[in-house]
Design a protein around this ligand. Structure first.
Ligand code: GDP
Ligand code: MG
Length: 441
């Protein structure tokens, strides 16, 4: 028989209320015993009661209720005790149910049971995790859309389409000596092309989806004294990094969290680049370069005097000309004209809005993205890519190769799509996803 699991389902620390949740065949019976009610008295209606330890010790004033299988989050019998918040109080309530036969839940075990009972597919489970972990308004919104099944519905439509294609080609497998009629093979070609581009578009949407869900990092790089730290402070709205007319002030790197249009942005100020004999300063520059190499967007800063440094990763680089409030000598000397750079001043704040906007455009999350259709995890992205590859191979083989081979690739693509919702996913993959949940979820 399935064990009954229990955990504190609310966050740690002082709070008004906290919840101990149980799921499994003995959930209702155990909670009833803790509060001295009969099993029949415990239902969907919330009841006030006093929770007691097994030895009769009075623990807390609580509210209790129960949801019977299959009408619960996990699909099993679920019972909850709502007590006062606080780590000690809640652990005493948890102990009261453990000493009556419940087992402490593993991380994600409630959600795993919901999945096993068909209450939650993998996409919605990942959405749920996103809701819990959301660190920005738009990260939260995209996670809610996924939890509500928006992405799943789009995928179901693709699965349907792939299934029809598969049926067509498998039907033809029974008559190998007959050539595919022209109409059928033209239809197959078109459908496979459409499936390929849909899957490719999905895979590409990961960049925006990940930016919304996980936030982005933006690194400021450039020569010493061009105003990088001043820009960081201007974006942060407070003096976070030291600013000085003395070159080489920033030696370590400095990080600050901001939110731009609902997107979580980690700004990183790095040590300025210059020739230096100072070991400490050189390792600071190395550190800065490493952080810039990992960043989603690199802002290369010049004040119009310092030459623009040569940088790699041109596709995620923006050039920022600083100190626009100051008159400057001939810009052509710096090797890059102002027309290519965003002109800003940390002193007056001019141009900062444009920088924010261009950064968001570069990572694909400028206002207009359809948030329900974005992939948000690496797992989803690699499956979408796999599906696109398989459908495109099938389309290519269609003209010249035996149908068996074409059917093989269509099946691969179809399976990759199915794996996204997790309807046929391998147990190990499923376990990995739920292991990332916290205890009590
Ligand atoms: N007039 C003006 N001075 C600036 C501006 N930004 C920075 N500075 C000055 O330039 C110097 C170097 O600035 P800092 O931010 O420390 O540069 P960093 O070495 O690149 O981090 C300081 O004296 C700042 O006051 C700006 O937008 N306008
Ligand atoms: Mg600095």
């Amino acid at each position: 028989m399935q064990e009954t699991i229990a955990a504190i389902a609310t966050g740690a620390g002082a709070s008004g209320v906290g919840i101990v949740r149980l799921s499994g065949p003995r959930a209702v019976e155990i909670v009833a015993e803790v509060v001295g009610l009969s099993v029949e008295q415990l239902g969907r209606e919330v009841r006030y009661a006093v929770a007691r330890g097994k030895d009769g010790e009075r623990l807390d004033d609580v509210l209790v209720f129960a949801m019977r299988a299959p009408r619960s989050f996990t699909g099993e019998d679920v019972a909850e005790i709502q007590g006062h918040g606080g780590a000690v109080n809640l652990s005493r309530l948890l102990r009261a149910v453990l000493e009556r036969g419940a087992r402490a839940a593993q991380p994600g075990e409630f959600s795993r049971r919901a999945f096993d009972n068909g209450k939650l597919d993998l996409l919605r489970a990942e959405g749920l995790l996103g809701v819990i972990e959301a660190g920005s308004e738009r990260g939260w919104r995209i996670a809610q859309a996924q939890l509500a099944g928006a992405l799943g519905r789009g995928l179901e439509a693709l699965e349907d389409r792939a299934r029809k294609v598969l049926a067509e080609i498998e039907g033809a497998l029974d008559f190998p000596e007959e050539a595919l009629d022209e109409q059928s093979s033209r239809w197959l070609g078109a459908e496979l092309g459409a499936l390929t581009s849909s899957c490719e578009a999905l895979a590409r949407s990961y960049q925006a989806g990940s930016a919304l869900r996980n936030g982005i990092t933006v690194a400021l790089v450039g020569a010493v004294n061009v105003g990088k730290s001043s820009l960081l402070n201007a974006f942060a709205g407070r003096a976070r990094a030291l600013v000085s007319e003395q070159p080489g002030t920033t030696r370590d790197y400095v990080e600050v969290q901001v939110e731009w249009d609902g997107v979580q942005v980690t700004l990183i100020d790095t040590a300025g680049w210059r020739e230096s004999g100072d070991v400490l300063e050189r390792s600071g520059m190395e550190l800065g370069k490493e952080r810039a190499a990992e960043a989603d967007v690199v802002l290369v800063v010049s004040d119009g005097i310092a030459p623009w440094p040569v940088v790699e990763h041109a596709d995620r680089t923006l050039y920022v000309r600083s100190k626009a409030d100051q008159a400057r000598p001939d810009e052509s000397l710096t090797g890059r004209t102002e027309s290519e750079a965003l002109v800003t001043s940390s002193l007056t704040g001019s141009g900062l809005r444009e920088v924010r906007q261009r950064v968001l455009e570069l990572v694909g999350v400028a206002e207009t993205v359809g948030e329900g259709e974005l992939l948000v995890t690496e797992r989803q992205r690699s499956l979408a890519e796999g599906a696109a590859r398989a459908f495109s191979t099938a389309q290519r083989l269609l003209a010249s190769q035996p149908r068996e081979l074409v059917a093989y690739d269509i099946r691969e693509g179809y399976k990759a799509l199915m794996d996204m919702r997790g309807t046929a996913a391998e147990d190990q993959v499923v376990s990995e996803i739920f292991a990332r949940f916290c205890i009590g979820k």
